[in-house]
Write a protein that binds this ligand. Structure first.
Ligand code: URP
Ligand code: ZN
Ligand code: ZN
Length: 461
C-alpha cells in the first residue's frame, strides 16, 4: 500500500517546508517537492494543513493499580484515545509491586498490552523494591528494551524509596546506561502534613494541594539531582509542576549535568483553583504533584522555551469520578491520584502555539522528536524522514473544537478540560503506514500496535 500525502506543510523540530510525503508499507519512502507525481494507492489531500510526526506520549498509566483500584483505560481504550488525538506511540509504566521481581512485572505488563494496543508502545519500569535481585534485573530489563527506571521520593509504604535505595539504583543505572526517572516530592514531610490536615478535619480535595507544597517538590528535585551527581547517573524528572523544581533542574543543566525534565498539560493549563471546586468536583483534579497556583504556569512555559523542560507527556492516569474518585469522599488522601489526558496533549500544546508561547517547531520537538531521542526511538519515531516509521499526523490548524466528556474517547466519565475551546484539530493519523483516524472515523484496531524495544537515551554526554 502506497499513500501520498500531498499539499501540506511538513513540520519538524527545525522548521516547516512545503512537501509531499510518500508512504510505502509501514515506512516513509520519500519527501518530495510539492506536485511531483508518484504512483499511490491512496492520496490524502493535506492542503492548508500541517503534516507532522506522530506524537510520542512518554508517560502513561493504562490499567495501573493504585489506591485499591485501577486506572480505567485499558491498553485498548487508552491507545485508541491516544490515536484520536494524534499520538502514535506511548511509553507506559510497568509497576513492580513490593516482593516481586522486575522480570515478572515486565512479563505481566507485556501480557496486558500484547495484542491490545492500537498504536506502538514501550515500557518504563517502576522500581519499588530495591534489592540485590532487582538491581541485577535492571540489566536484563535494558537487554529487553526497557532502559528507564522510575523511582519515587513520595508515597511512603507504597512506592517510596529511601535516599540510600535511590543511590544504589542510580549507581546501577550509571553502570548500564539506564535512565533514572524521578517522582520528586518529599513524601515523608508530605505524609506528616496530610496527617495533620486530617486530624484537624480538613478533608476536601483542595487539601491534597495544600499538603504538598511546591517547596517540597523543589527540595526533592534538588536532592535527586545531588544523588545523580554523586553517582554519575543521568536523571529525568517526571511531571515537573513547580517553579522551584524547574530552577533546580535549570541550575544543574547549566553545569552540564545530565538532568532532563518533562512537564504535563495539566500543569500548564489547570491550577489549584480547579482542586478547590466545590461538591467534591475538585477530586477530578487530584494528581501528584498537585496542580499549583497559576503563577507557576508562566515559569513552565518559559522552561519549555529554554529547553530546561524538554518533553511534555500527559501522565495519563484516568479514574472515573463515580466510584473511583469517590473513594476519597471525606478523606482526600484516599482519592486515587491521576488526571486523564492522553487524547488531548497535541491539541493542548498546539494551543501554546496559537497563544504565542512556543513555536510550531518547538511543538513538534517537545511532543515527538525529543521524546523519541530521550527514550531511544529516534529516527524510527519522532521525524518525517525516509526510512522512519510512517507515524504521521495531518493536523488542521484552522479547525475548532470543544473538549468534552461527550466527545472524548478515553474511558473516563469526566473531562479535566470540559468546555475548553481549542483551535486546531487532528484530521488524519497514520500508524506505521496504516490510516487509523480519518476525519470522524476510526479505522485502527487492537493488536496493530507493536512493542518497541528501545535503545539507550540519545542525549547522554
Ligand atoms: O497522580 C499521578 N501522577 N498518578 C500517576 C502516578 C504517578 O505518580 O505518576
Ligand atoms: Zn509520579
Ligand atoms: Zn505518572
Amino acid at each position: 500500500m502506497r499513500i501520498l500525502i500531498t499539499g501540506g506543510t511538513v513540520l519538524s523540530s527545525t522548521g516547516a517546508v512545503q512537501a509531499d510525503v510518500l508512504v510505502d508499507g509501514e515506512t516513509i519512502a520519500a519527501l518530495s517537492a510539492p506536485g511531483i507525481s508518484w504512483d499511490a494507492d491512496k492520496v490524502i489531500d493535506a492542503t492548508g494543513k500541517y503534516v507532522l510526526p506522530g506524537g510520542i506520549d512518554a508517560h502513561t498509566h493504562m490499567e495501573m493499580p493504585f489506591g485499591g483500584t485501577h486506572s480505567n483505560d485499558t491498553f485498548e481504550t487508552g491507545t485508541t484515545a491516544a490515536a484520536w488525538g494524534g499520538t502514535t506511540t506511548i511509553i507506559d509504566f510497568a509497576v513492580q509491586a513490593k516482593g516481586t521481581t522486575l522480570q515478572s512485572t515486565l512479563d505481566k505488563w507485556h501480557s496486558k498490552a500484547d495484542g491490545n494496543c492500537a498504536i506502538d508502545y514501550g515500557f518504563h519500569m517502576i522500581v519499588s523494591d530495591v534489592n540485590e535481585t532487582s538491581l541485577k534485573e535492571m540489566q536484563t530489563c535494558v537487554d529487553q528494551g526497557v532502559n528507564s527506571f522510575k523511582m519515587f521520593m513520595a508515597y511512603p509504604g507504597v512506592f517510596y524509596a529511601t535516599d540510600g535505595e535511590i543511590l544504589r539504583a542510580m549507581q546501577k543505572a550509571a553502570d548500564i546506561g539506564g535512565l533514572i526517572m524521578m517522582h520528586a516530592e518529599n513524601g515523608i514531610a508530605i505524609d506528616e502534613l496530610v496527617a495533620q490536615a486530617l486530624q484537624e478535619g480538613r478533608t476536601d480535595p483542595v487539601q491534597h494541594g495544600l499538603t504538598r507544597p511546591s517547596a517540597l517538590e523543589g527540595e526533592a528535585t534538588s536532592r535527586a539531582i545531588t544523588l545523580a551527581k554523586v553517582t554519575g547517573s543521568p536523571l529525568y524528572i517526571v511531571h515537573l509542576s513547580a517553579a522551584e523544581a524547574l530552577n533546580a533542574v535549570a541550575a544543574a543543566r547549566n553545569t552540564g549535568q545530565n538532568v532532563f525534565a518533562e512537564t504535563c498539560p495539566q500543569y500548564l493549563y489547570l491550577s489549584i483553583e480547579d482542586l478547590a471546586k466545590p461538591d467534591f468536583e475538585g477530586s477530578k483534579y487530584v494528581a501528584s504533584p498537585p496542580l499549583r497556583p497559576k503563577e507557576h504556569q508562566a515559569s513552565l512555559w518559559n522552561g519549555l522555551r529554554t529547553n530546561d523542560l524538554s518533553v511534555v507527556s500527559t501522565d495519563h492516569c484516568p479514574f472515573c469520578f463515580n466510584e473511583q474518585k469517590e473513594l476519597g469522599r471525606g478523606d482526600f488522601s484516599k482519592i486515587p491520584n491521576g488526571i486523564p489526558g492522553v487524547e488531548h496533549r497535541m491539541d493542548l500544546l498546539h494551543q501554546g502555539v496559537v497563544a504565542g508561547e512556543i513555536s510550531l517547531a518547538r511543538w513538534v520537538e517537545i511532543t515527538s522528536t525529543t521524546p523519541a531521542r530521550m527514550f531511544g526511538l529516534y529516527p524510527r519515531k519522532g521525524t518525517i524522514s525516509p526510512g522512519s516509521d510512517a507515524d504521521i499526523v495531518v493536523y488542521d490548524p484552522q479547525a475548532t473544537q470543544t473538549l468534552s466528556v461527550e466527545t472524548h474517547h478515553m474511558n473516563v466519565d469526566y473531562s479535566a478540560y470540559e468546555g475548553m475551546q481549542i483551535t486546531g484539530k487532528v484530521d488524519t493519523v497514520l500508524s506505521r503506514g496504516r490510516v487509523v483516524v480519518e476525519g470522524n472515523a476510526f479505522h485502527g484496531s487492537a493488536g496493530h500496535g507493536q512493542f518497541l524495544s528501545r535503545e539507550l537515551c540519545q542525549y547522554l554526554n
